[in-house]
Write a protein that binds this ligand. Structure first.
Ligand code: ZN
Length: 134
């Protein structure tokens, strides 16, 4: 079951300058900054109501974010929906013929288990499912 839009991921080239842009835009300071080694990214989150805007910058050329920016430029990268049971949701979607990028969840930022769904099965949008771990 979907609980909320957990965050919207925005791909940026350079975290500090993007942070300044969004700090002015939202009149907020980032609530959380983290390096996620597994995905080779730095993430800066702005908490807006019950959702976060996650500015995400690659820390190496192999980072999926760096590759995305190379192809499509900066901008909205993905939408994340928090679910109550990520394993059950992945099983349900697989059963429904939805193309999954991750058949098994992995560790993401901020202690969330995450799994991505292919944009070809989601109206051209990269969709992430996430569930708070532990
Ligand atoms: Zn995300």
């Amino acid at each position: 079951m979907i609980k909320r839009i957990a965050h919207i991921g925005i791909a940026v080239r350079e975290l500090e300058s993007a942070q300044e842009v969004f700090q002015t835009l939202l009149n907020l300071r980032p609530s959380h900054v983290e390096r996620v080694e597994e995905q080779k990214v730095d993430v800066s989150s702005f908490h807006v109501d019950d959702t976060n805007l996650e500015l995400t910058a690659g820390i190496s050329e192999e980072s999926p974010i760096s590759k995305f920016i190379e192809k499509r430029g900066e901008g909205i990268h993905h939408m994340a929906f928090e679910v109550d049971d990520i394993h059950a949701e992945l099983a349900r979607l697989k059963e429904a013929g939805v193309r999954l990028i991750d058949e098994e969840p992995r560790m993401g930022a901020d202690n969330f288990l995450v799994a991505f769904i292919h944009p070809k099965s989601a109206g051209g949008v990269l969709v992430e499912l996430c569930q708070k771990a532990g």
